[in-house]
Design a protein around this ligand. Structure first.
Ligand SMILES: O=C(O)CCC(=O)c1ccccc1C(=O)O
Ligand SMILES: [Mg+2]
Length: 371
């Protein structure tokens, strides 16, 4: 796969609505779009998902830029790649920085699919023609706002509702929501806001018939989650704690969770996400694709990954219009009745919207490759 050049582009976008979790509120998003060109005129796209501050994991927009410019692109300039799997191998001497790695690797995966004239989903081995999606609702100012937002999302057809919770805004909120929506698939995401001291409190979740509780305990824990899982009925799903197949294996062997949230950025790219998928399929662990408030390129990558068979639960990849006034791809991602049709054009299957890209671009840089 001879590369001709890579363009690294920094975009600034504003979410339609602020998104609040147990750790704070996100409204502005800075992302990198990576464009990887070959000499035949094909271009693969990747998107970085790190936030401006390190509240979710340790990575930030600035650390991603440092990694991409100073380490990751130079590795590609010095080495030949014949398949996207080579990229994660070449990046493995660099510790962590998974979101930066995933952004670059994603562009190579898209380029690889386009060079072979197949969809990214096909390149990954996915077969679904459409995927089911749910929606993640941030912490709302009032109970009424929350009930109204849930109602609107259900009317739009989303297949399950994820609610953000935190100590002090949890059981009563969930009870009230459950009373209004007795048969809706509901799950809660704590973004690591509790500790094992809260175990008696967390046992109260069991009356609410939630699909799962996502990342109740520390962002880097799998031991306490195993203790918690042994004492509650509600299935635990891990998000922040999972950065690799090795983390998945250890969590499974310890009994830390029953469900895995896979995010391409958090696990360092599509190649690692595929390995996790295959392991979970073998061990009958339910998997779904998490979201990072992505713009269109990241969204398209999530859709392609979700076509794999073990993605058996609806993911967080809602339609573009849920997040953005104007997304960066054409067509935008549309979820109808909670279903997204997987595009059938090569690669990610969406074009970039050049007007939107130009409007949002703050900065860019080009890297040349020797032929
Ligand atoms: O709608 C989305 O993209 C997912 C929203 C979401 O829950 C989330 C958004 C940003 C960071 C972390 C999370 C999370 O899954 O914990
Ligand atoms: Mg989460």
């Amino acid at each position: 796969m001879p590369l001709k050049n890579i363009i690294l582009r920094k975009l600034h976008m504003s979410l339609k609505n602020p998104f609040t979790t147990s750790f704070g509120t996100t409204q502005e998003k800075e992302i990198f779009i990576i464009e990887a060109y070959d000499s035949d005129g094909n271009c693969g796209y990747g998107e970085s998902v790190a936030f401006s501050s390190p509240w979710y994991t340790e990575e930030t927009v600035k650390t991603s830029q440092h990694m991409i410019e100073d380490f990751l692109v130079p590795i590609l300039q010095k080495n030949e790649i014949s398949h996207p799997d080579d990229v994660s191998k070449l990046f493995s001497p660099i510790k962590r920085n998974n979101m930066a790695k995933a952004a670059v690797e994603g562009a190579i995966w898209d380029l690889y699919a386009k060079r072979n004239n197949i969809t990214l989903a096909e390149a990954l081995g996915g077969e679904k023609k459409e995927i089911d999606v749910g929606i993640s609702i941030g912490i709302q100012p009032t109970m009424n706002d929350l009930l109204h937002t849930i109602d609107k999302s259900l009317n739009e057809g989303y297949k399950r509702i994820k609610l953000k919770i935190k100590p002090g805004a949890d059981m009563e909120v969930l009870r009230e929501v459950r009373a209004h929506f007795p048969s809706t698939l509901i799950m809660a995401d704590a973004n690591s806001a509790y500790t094992l001291e809260d175990i008696d409190h967390l046992k109260k979740l069991d009356d609410l018939e939630l699909m799962m509780i996502e990342q109740p305990l520390a962002h880097d824990d799998i031991v306490d989650h195993a203790k918690l899982q042994s004492q509650i009925q509600t299935p635990i799903c891990l998000d922040e704690s999972i950065h690799s197949l090795e983390d998945v294996r250890k969590a499974y062997e310890l009994g830390s969770c029953k469900i895995m949230n896979v995010k391409i950025g958090r696990v360092g790219g599509l190649t690692e996400a595929l390995r996790i998928h295959d392991y979970c399929r073998k061990h009958d662990i339910k998997v779904w694709c998490g979201g990072m408030l992505e713009a269109g390129v990241g969204r398209a990558h999530n859709i392609a990954l979700t076509t794999l068979p073990q993605f058996v639960l609806p993911g967080d990849t809602a339609g573009s219009s849920h997040y953005w006034e104007k997304d960066i791809i054409v067509p935008e991602v549309v979820a109808q009745h909670g279903v997204i049709k997987v595009p059938d054009k090569p690669g990610i299957g969406y074009e970039l919207n050049s007007d939107a890209i130009n409007e949002y671009t703050d900065w860019w840089k080009e890297f040349h490759f020797e032929s």
